[in-house]
Design a protein around this ligand. Structure first.
Ligand code: 9PG
Length: 495
């Protein structure tokens, strides 16, 4: 490591890195680890969470921040290392607000990067087991939109990420029926959707035998290929949810091959989190037989006719644990995604959910950029008493999704669904509009409302929402222009 001095318009920065060279709008640093000394006391810090549901956003540094109690119960469900110095540890990138309107950003151009703020130092390191690799970082100071955009450009080159077509418009079963789905009901909905201009009809969690056991359960008696054919017949692309990198302990794959799963320090399977009534485990995709199982699974669902896959709980392949082959966790995740992409083919649309963010670039078509929405605005108890801003809630989804709008040039960004229904819904009309504006800002149009639950005006609103994609231009951190009309999200972020 060497010491460098960088001059910016309003201050000088001392930093330690292997190398430093100029780059568009900033500098490229090289090194497995870096350290920067900030000559100012930042007012706000941009923290970027590990995966889709993890918290991202600008934190006020003069406020007190509490450790997320709920996450500490299941540290693997987020990045356990980021919980250590919460919320001052960040995944992939970090930024600071210096003078009003100006930011300093440090972003990795590699996966497995963790950054941390301990005044007055920013330290950053790549969790790499391959020291011969050369790791690069982007450091830029300037107007917020320009700095983040400069970083996105470099990421796009690094990961060959490209956005071409507009995102498909999706009907998804989750936020109306949750796990209570069945074949007859799906057929009824298909019929009721008829003239609504959706591209994809996506069946969510609830069709499978169990997590890891990806065969239809008794509520889907004709099988998944039959349903895919009915979806196509109705004029939509068949979409299916699955969580290919995790398994429940009772699933055949886990029962028969516990050694295909990521292990803890003493060789026991490492729990990846808690849901579906128990723990679940993450697939070790460095295991050749696990790789084969994974590719056969993806072949199976595409052979059924599903060409839109919502792949969920993807962080399960990126747990910090022991694998057959000793590679870093996000590298293992990327390997898993490459295998999936290879098996699914280039034409299958992959929506990554619960997914490590930077490590998904170039491999998925779309990415969920926040936690789940809900038919209510806030999840006050979980947010405040358990200090967990990642629970299902529109406010949490809005806050984290807005913080990830800068990813838009890199892939389709999915802020989750918009609600139009009044039935089974506590959202106020204004709150539903905010979700629509968020979807428009992201350019991703999805809903879950059962057509039978909509009154004629609501159905009309869905139709209009799907038919017109306004031109979206981001003006500042929380403001966008939609067809030239300025919308400010900031008032809706207040607790
Ligand atoms: C299906 C759902 C939907 C939804 C996904 C995901 O335990 N958890 O922390 C947890 C987080 C998110 C979550 C479920 C559980 O939702 O985001 O759209 O597909 O899975 O189960």
């Amino acid at each position: 490591m060497a010491d460098f001095n960088l001059s910016f318009p309003n201050y000088q920065l001392e930093l330690e890195a292997d190398q430093l060279e100029p780059a568009p709008g900033g500098h490229l640093l090289t090194g497995q680890a870096l350290r920067i000394t900030l000559p100012f006391a930042p007012r706000r810090m941009y923290r970027h969470g590990f995966h889709s549901w993890s918290q991202a956003g600008w934190l006020d540094l003069d406020r007190e921040h509490h450790p997320p109690l709920l996450r500490q119960l299941w540290p693997q469900q987020d990045d356990p290392d980021l919980l250590e110095n919460y919320p001052f540890a960040s995944s992939g990138l970090i930024a600071f607000e210096a003078d009003p309107g100006r930011v300093l950003l440090l972003g990795a151009l590699s996966v497995d990067a963790r950054l941390e703020w301990r005044a007055p130092h920013v330290s950053a390191a790549i969790q790499s087991h391959r020291p011969e690799e050369k790791h690069r970082w982007y450091l830029a100071e300037g107007a917020e939109m320009e700095v983040f955009n400069g970083y996105a450009q470099l990421l796009s080159e690094k990961f060959s990420a490209r956005v071409t077509d507009p995102a498909p418009r999706v009907w998804c079963s989750w936020y109306s029926l949750y796990r209570n789905i069945s074949e007859p009901q799906m057929l009824d909905i298909l019929r009721d959707l008829h003239s609504l201009p959706f591209d994809v009809f996506q069946i969510d969690d609830g069709w499978q035998q169990h997590i890891g056991h990806w065969q239809p359960n008794h509520r889907f008696p004709s099988g998944m290929a039959h349903l895919a054919a009915a979806v196509r017949q109705a004029g939509f692309t068949p979409g299916l949810w699955l969580a290919p990198f995790i398994a429940a302990p009772s699933s055949p794959v886990f029962q028969q091959h516990p050694e295909w799963f990521i292990q803890d320090a003493v060789g026991a399977p490492l729990p990846a989190g808690e849901n579906w009534g128990g723990s679940f485990y993450g697939l070790d995709v460095t295991h050749p037989q696990a790789q084969q199982w994974l590719q056969e699974l993806i072949h199976q669902v595409t052979a059924w006719g599903y060409t839109y896959l919502k792949l969920d709980f993807l962080y399960g392949a990126a747990l910090r644990g022991a694998r057959q082959q000793d590679i870093a966790s996000e590298q293992a995740y990327r390997l898993a995604m490459q295998l999936v992409r290879q098996a699914a083919g280039p034409q299958t649309y992959i929506l990554a959910c619960g997914a490590p963010v930077l490590a998904t670039l170039g491999l998925a078509d779309g990415l969920r950029i926040g936690p789940d929405v809900s038919p209510f605005w806030d999840n006050y108890d979980r947010t405040h008493y358990l200090s967990d801003p990642t629970g299902p809630s529109c406010r949490n989804a809005l806050s984290t999704s807005l913080a990830r709008l800068w990813l838009k040039p890199l892939l389709h960004i999915d802020p989750d669904v918009v609600f139009f229904r009044t039935r089974y819904n506590l959202l106020q009309p204004e709150e539903k509009i905010v979700l629509q504006r968020l979807a428009q800002a992201c350019g991703f149009f999805a809903t879950s409302d059962l057509p039978a639950w909509l009154d004629p005006h609501e159905r009309q609103a869905v139709q209009a929402f799907l038919q017109h994609r306004p031109h979206a231009a981001r003006l500042s951190r929380y403001r966008v222009a939609l067809d030239g009309h300025i919308f400010d999200f900031e008032p809706y972020l207040q607790a």
